[in-house]
Design a binder for this molecule. Structure first.
Ligand code: FMN
Length: 387
């Protein structure tokens, strides 16, 4: 294959390399995938005004979030399986983020513990994503570990009260912890590069990949059943939990998965410093609205009083510019960097970030914008404005 030129090329490479069950786990949506289609269609429907003859010789892409400078307005989103797409995937992607000058958000369900990522991607700006467990003492422990490492930004995922209905995952036998099913075994055997490069390598070094932040008892198959309930994601998670986390977490607190103005205001009222306006990459509720459609109203309600971030569906640099024009200060990338890492580890994730950087530069230039941070809402074209 020719050198990949865009995120979609990396997606094709990822599809070939990964076992089908895993690729679909990453790539697909949920239920009937209505939202997956909507997210793309809604981003494509946004048009940007073309302003000419401004000085765009060197657009400035940097943004400042929570007092820290990001070289580009991107953050690597928390994703549960980064560690399975490539040997040592989380460390590889964290290094790519470091090289790009952007934060990497470690997931609660990471295959590599936050301490190991911090050590092996030394100097990376790490955030930590929290899924609250049924057993709240385990959650408190994770927060203490994150703080001890000097992690400053906590992303509380608020939009996953149930495990979403991903029917093909059930059919194709993919799940974590990895369990040997007939379909799953055949799938893996027909992807020898992944089998040798990821699974066997992991088994030879650290054992069968599993959730590294879960208590050790959970990670051994003998005792797993006994502790499984403690590490189920909390079925009852409310604003009281946000208030409680706010009390114990003295860093930046970001609530992820906000899609209404009322919830954004509630996050502010409960002491959050930021929100991620997100439809979870169309992976949770198939009947939710696309992020870009709700973002302007939400940003109008809280911008200036808290940091507004957004995600879902970013495949081009212009998608990032559209999210900014709709009210987000920076954007999280989920699948894009995973495709890159699945194709070529750190180098692939780095290349995806470089491609997006170049596309953002182009988009800023074509729309006559010298500074990403100054992009106004009016950059979005509206027919009635007659521009
Ligand atoms: C494979 C995969 C695993 C994910 N795991 C998590 C997770 O553990 N916690 C979380 O808050 N979001 C998780 N997400 C959602 C991402 O953080 C992000 O919201 C979403 O992927 C953005 O959409 P995009 O993939 O189109 O960029 C996951 C996404 C993917 C693709």
């Amino acid at each position: 294959m020719m050198k990949p030129l865009n995120v979609s090329d990396y997606r094709d490479l990822a599809r070939r390399r990964l076992p089908r069950g895993m690729f679909e786990y990453i790539d697909r949506g949920t239920e009937d995938e209505v939202l997956l289609r909507d997210v793309r269609a809604a981003l494509d429907a946004v048009k940007l005004n073309q302003h000419v003859l401004n000085d765009v010789s060197q657009p400035d892409m940097a943004v400042t979030l929570f007092g820290k400078r990001l070289a580009v307005p991107l953050i690597v989103a928390p994703t549960a399986v980064a560690g399975l797409v490539w040997h040592d995937g989380e460390v590889q992607v964290a290094r790519a983020a470091r090289r790009a000058g952007i934060p990497f958000c470690v997931a609660t369900q990471s295959m590599t513990a936050m301490e190991a990522i911090a050590e092996r991607a030394d100097g990376a700006d790490l955030w930590f994503q929290l899924y609250v467990f049924e057993d709240r003492t385990l959650t408190g422990e994770l927060l203490r570990r994150a703080r001890a490492l000097g992690i400053e930004t906590l992303v509380l995922t608020a939009d996953t009260p149930r495990s979403p209905k991903k029917e093909w995952n059930t059919r194709n036998g993919f799940g974590i912890p990895i369990k040997p099913t007939l379909v799953g075994v055949l799938d893996v055997l027909t992807h020898p590069r992944w089998l040798a490069g990821v699974l066997l390598r992991a088994m030879l070094t650290s054992g069968l990949p599993t959730y590294a932040h879960y208590p050790p008892e959970y990670r051994t198959s003998i005792t797993r059943e006994a502790v499984a309930n403690n590490v189920k994601l909390a079925r009852r998670l409310t604003w009281e939990d946000v208030a409680e986390i706010r009390r114990i977490w003295d860093g930046n607190l970001v609530v992820k998965g906000v899609l209404t103005r009322a919830d954004a205001q509630a996050a502010l009222a409960h002491g959050a410093d930021g929100i991620v306006v997100s439809c979870h990459g169309a992976r949770n509720a198939d009947y939710a609205p696309a992020t870009i459609d709700v973002l302007p109203l939400i940003a109008d309600a809280v911008a200036g009083r808290m940091t507004v971030l957004a995600d879902s569906g970013v495949r081009r640099g212009s998608d990032v510019v559209k999210y900014k024009a709709a009210g987000a200060e920076a954007v999280l990338l989920g699948r894009a960097t995973l495709y890159g890492a699945a194709a070529a580890g750190e180098a692939g994730a780095s290349d995806v970030l470089a491609i997006l950087r170049e596309e953002i530069d182009h988009c800023l230039a074509f729309s006559g914008q010298g500074r990403f941070a100054d992009i106004p809402r009016e950059l979005i074209w509206r027919a009635e404005q007659g521009r």
